[in-house]
Design a protein around this ligand. Structure first.
Ligand SMILES: C[C@@](CO)(OP(=O)(O)O)[C@H](O)COP(=O)(O)OP(=O)(O)OC[C@H]1O[C@@H](n2ccc(N)nc2=O)[C@H](O)[C@@H]1O
Ligand SMILES: Nc1ncnc2c1ncn2[C@@H]1O[C@H](COP(=O)(O)OP(=O)(O)O)[C@@H](O)[C@H]1O
Length: 277
């Protein structure tokens, strides 16, 4: 068995706010999004060897380890060989960027093993540039413009996925309008009230569209409020939603209640402090 050389976490991406501000001639939508990362994520381990991928973890069964897997695509883009082990803790295709986070973690890990980061990482997926940073950021364009933000308060949160697959193209097609204003100026947030006050002035424009495809998303948001969340919203194109809570104990209690619906529900943290890279 080969020795693991590098372990990289691949934290879940959350679009705390997401405005659709336009549409390009090729049909792709222009976004303005406040992105942050959660304490929960996948994990990638790299060791020297020919290019290979092995997947374990709670969501391994839903994911093919073939050549299209974003871990392998990332290594090929970097021109690097490595034996990759992925622990898939995040639901697949659920609006929290698990595939992009995995690709970014592979690229970061390969960089630690001496391989240069490839240019145009966004070719792997729109969320890969922000996932490479894995820190709070404003994301614009289709994801290629990433501006790091000073930081966000670390807050208890719960993620819920109702187990319904939502197609990203279908959600974009279901949009009623594509000309939202940009996000309001993003101040420094010193506490939960600051952040929630700012979030209340924003939207996830994809949420209403996703709800037409998967009405259960509305039930998830209602259940978050019933469980004491101070704020609840869908991330990305769904169907995963997040709720913010006043304490870690309340988040854990809420996750227990939300699981009773038969949904994947996990208590974690928003923007946990991570050691500097
Ligand atoms: C919506 C976001 C927000 O962070 O998150 P997720 O829901 O993926 O987590 C991303 O922009 C998702 O980007 P990405 O992950 O590359 O989307 P894909 O699944 O590759 O895109 C599928 C399709 O959705 C449409 N699409 C996607 C992104 C975009 N900015 N405009 C679009 O119109 C296009 O029809 C595209 O062919
Ligand atoms: N390592 C990976 N993890 C998750 N999805 C992957 C991976 N590799 C390829 N994919 C594919 O990428 C697509 C997007 O997955 P993901 O990034 O989890 O979702 P989303 O873009 O909704 O946040 C899925 O359809 C999945 O089949």
């Amino acid at each position: 068995m080969s020795t693991v050389h590098v372990v990289e976490s691949a934290p879940a991406k959350l679009n705390l706010a997401l405005h659709v501000v336009g549409r390009r001639a090729d049909g792709y939508h222009l976004l303005d999004s406040l992105v942050a990362f959660a304490g929960i994520g996948d994990e990638v381990r790299l060791s020297p060897g020919p290019l290979s991928l092995r997947i374990d973890g709670p969501f391994a069964a839903g994911l093919d380890a073939g050549e299209d897997n974003l871990c392998l695509r990332a290594a090929r883009l970097a021109g690097a060989d490595a034996a990759i082990a992925l622990t898939k803790n995040l639901p697949v295709a659920s609006g929290i960027g698990g595939g992009s986070a995995d690709a970014a973690a592979v690229l970061r890990g390969l960089a630690q093993m001496g391989h240069a980061l490839p240019g145009a990482a966004e070719r792997l997926g729109a969320d890969v540039p922000v996932c490479l940073l894995s820190r709070p950021a404003r994301m614009q364009g289709t994801g290629e413009i990433v501006t790091a933000l000073p930081g966000l308060p670390t807050l208890p949160l719960v993620l819920v996925n109702p187990g319904v697959g939502v197609s990203t193209p279908q959600v974009f097609e279901a949009l009623q309008s594509r000309d939202s204003p940009p996000l309001p100026p993003i101040p420094g947030f010193s506490n939960a009230d600051d952040l929630i006050g700012w979030l209340a002035q924003t939207r996830n424009d994809l949420q209403a569209a996703a709800q037409t495809v998967a009405p259960v998303i509305g039930q998830v948001i209602d259940a978050f409020h019933a469980s004491g969340a101070g704020f609840a919203r869908m991330s990305g194109s769904g169907a995963t939603c997040f709720g913010l809570y006043a304490s870690a104990a309340k988040a854990r209690e809420a996750a227990g209640m939300l699981k009773q619906h038969g949904w994947w529900a996990v208590a974690s943290e928003l923007a946990p402090q991570r050691p500097p890279r």
